[in-house]
Design a binder for this molecule. Structure first.
Ligand code: HEC
Ligand code: HEC
Ligand code: HEC
Ligand code: HEC
Ligand code: HEC
Ligand code: HEC
Ligand code: HEC
Length: 318
């Protein structure tokens, strides 16, 4: 039986999953010699068999491979291949990635309000699942689960906008493909599902598709390739210290982490923003007694030297 006929067998019940045919995840097309734990190639056992066994599966999810190292089963699935010396070793993630292994409900205080809206449709009884799936440690989908690789990615579908199978070529992905569950082009819709308030950046001076479309981040990507947030934050390959998943070279002339960020564009010599700052005018080191909490209407954050928003009234610091 030809391998894509196997997919048709599963298509009756799992139609969307069969869009995997001809994508980077169709190993018959990409790496034909690769075998699963039963020593079957994809040609012999079908496009799904690279990752799922219908019988004799070792672990949850009918998994057909040795899993990689992770305390979250979902990530361990990806790392069966996306790891050194494995079949997708040239697409191993380097550098810090977006926080994972974290329940949305445990987001830090300053983000709680915006990310909580993720549960709105569930709480209103309009949906039984959140818009993006969360996963338990064992790899099951669960509303109380954590962010994992498959929260943002659907391994079975290359293009979140067009419902089409792949063309059998190894393609370099961008924010409009890459097996994402929602595109980041160009409004970073994927990120805005959780970071609802950050989406307000679209169409402002900080939407670089308008003010500086040619400008590239540390991965060499511009906003047209990776979405509006990517001018400042990236999901993978952020700067080493991982602070805010920063996507640019911070300006080291300043010892306040927060300001280093702004000055990575608003300083003479960066050639990004036309409005540059030479002398800081407003007093900065003054402690502020903060009585308004995150989420309240008049909240204006103050920061410590490490650049973290200080949540409590600052009396302790006085
Ligand atoms: C007659 C319908 C039907 C067909 C045909 C079918 N499945 Fe399923 N499959 C199901 C149902 C129902 C579930 C359970 C879904 C659930 O738990 O929500 C399932 C679950 C799965 C799961 C998830 C298992 C888990 O533990 O999370 C995988 C993987 C899967 N099927 C793969 C396949 C593959 C590969 C084929 C083709 C060889 C296939 N299925 C054919 C109905 C079908
Ligand atoms: C490259 C590896 C890979 C291949 C090939 C693959 N899958 Fe999956 N599949 C996964 C992973 C990882 C998960 C768990 C993450 C998730 O739930 O999205 C999964 C989950 C599933 C699920 C349960 C979640 C859901 O989407 O409903 C079904 C059903 C499924 N696969 C069916 C299939 C079918 C049918 C094929 C072949 C047409 C296939 N898969 C090919 C990796 C793969
Ligand atoms: C069976 C092995 C296998 C598994 C399991 C697997 N992948 Fe892949 N993946 C590949 C291969 C092979 C490629 C193509 C790599 C290349 O471009 O050379 C690929 C490509 C990708 C790409 C596109 C990279 C690009 O070219 O832009 C993404 C994104 C991706 N995988 C994410 C995932 C995620 C997330 C998981 C787990 C949920 C996963 N993969 C599980 C084998 C796998
Ligand atoms: C918060 C969302 C998010 C999570 C969680 C996430 N990714 Fe991604 N990933 C992205 C986005 C967005 C891109 C596309 C970046 C671009 O090209 O603009 C991407 C791209 C990739 C790529 C292609 C990178 C390249 O160099 O071409 C791979 C491989 C990948 N992800 C694997 C994973 C794996 C494995 C995990 C879990 C360990 C994971 N991702 C978790 C959002 C996420
Ligand atoms: C499923 C929901 C979800 C999605 C989708 C999502 N995020 Fe997040 N993000 C979170 C949560 C929850 C946190 C808080 C983690 C914590 O408290 O440590 C967070 C934290 C962050 C942080 C702060 C990281 C740090 O170390 O300070 C940045 C920056 C960020 N996200 C950017 C993005 C971008 C860019 C995207 C799109 C590529 C994205 N997020 C997609 C839920 C999400
Ligand atoms: C022009 C640069 C820029 C763009 C574009 C941008 N951000 Fe930010 N972001 C920042 C800076 C600077 C901070 C730190 C100051 C602050 O918290 O407001 C930040 C902070 C954050 C935080 C952490 C807030 C907290 O309370 O800890 C998250 C999450 C975040 N951004 C997500 C996003 C998302 C999602 C997008 C796209 C919709 C985006 N940002 C677009 C510059 C940017
Ligand atoms: C990715 C680069 C980038 C970063 C980081 C960035 N900006 Fe901007 N900013 C711009 C661009 C581009 C404009 C458009 C106007 C221009 O060219 O000056 C702009 C415009 C502005 C304006 C409006 C100026 C005017 O009068 O039109 C203000 C105010 C501003 N930024 C403040 C900040 C602050 C505060 C931070 C840090 C929290 C920051 N920016 C971080 C690129 C950036």
């Amino acid at each position: 039986m030809p391998y894509d006929d196997w997919a048709m067998l599963c298509a009756n019940c799992h139609e969307e999953n069969t869009l995997i045919v001809g994508t980077d995840h169709d190993l018959q097309a990409m790496v034909p010699a690769e075998q699963n734990i039963n020593q079957e190639t994809t040609e012999q056992a079908g496009v799904c068999s690279t990752c799922h066994l219908v019988h004799n599966a070792k672990v949850k999810g009918l998994w057909a491979r040795e899993t990689g190292a992770s305390d979250n089963q979902n990530e361990a699935f990806c790392k069966s291949c996306h790891a050194k010396r494995k079949v997708a070793s040239n697409k191993v993630l380097y550098g810090p990635s977006h926080p994972m292994g974290k329940r949305i409900a445990d987001a830090r205080a300053t983000l709680k309000n915006e990310v909580y809206r993720f549960y709105d449709r569930v709480l209103d009884g309009e949906a039984s699942q959140t818009e993006l799936p969360l996963f338990s440690k064992k790899g099951n989908r669960s509303i109380n689960g954590v962010i994992a690789c498959s929260t943002c990615h659907n391994v079975h579908r290359w293009n979140p906008v067009r419902r089409i199978a792949g063309g059998g070529q190894n393609i370099e992905g961008d924010g409009g493909s890459s097996f994402l569950r929602k595109a980041t082009l160009t409004d970073s819709g994927l990120c805005a599902i959780c970071h609802t308030q950050k989406a307000l950046v679209v169409n402002t001076g900080h939407d670089l598709s308008i003010t500086a479309p040619q400008e590239r981040n540390i991965l060499g990507k511009n906003v047209a390739q990776s979405g509006v947030c990517s001018a400042c934050h990236i999901a993978h390959g952020a700067r080493e210290d991982s602070y805010l998943l920063w996507a640019r070279h911070p300006n080291d002339d300043n010892d306040l982490r927060q300001e280093q960020l702004c000055l990575s564009c608003h300083a003479i010599g960066t050639d990004v923003a036309s409005k540059t700052v030479k002398h800081y005018s407003h007093p900065e080191d003054a402690p502020v007694v903060q009585l308004v909490r995150p989420g309240q209407p008049d909240y204006a954050p103050v920061y410590d030297k490490e650049g973290r928003k200080v949540r409590e009234p600052l009396n302790n610091y006085l």
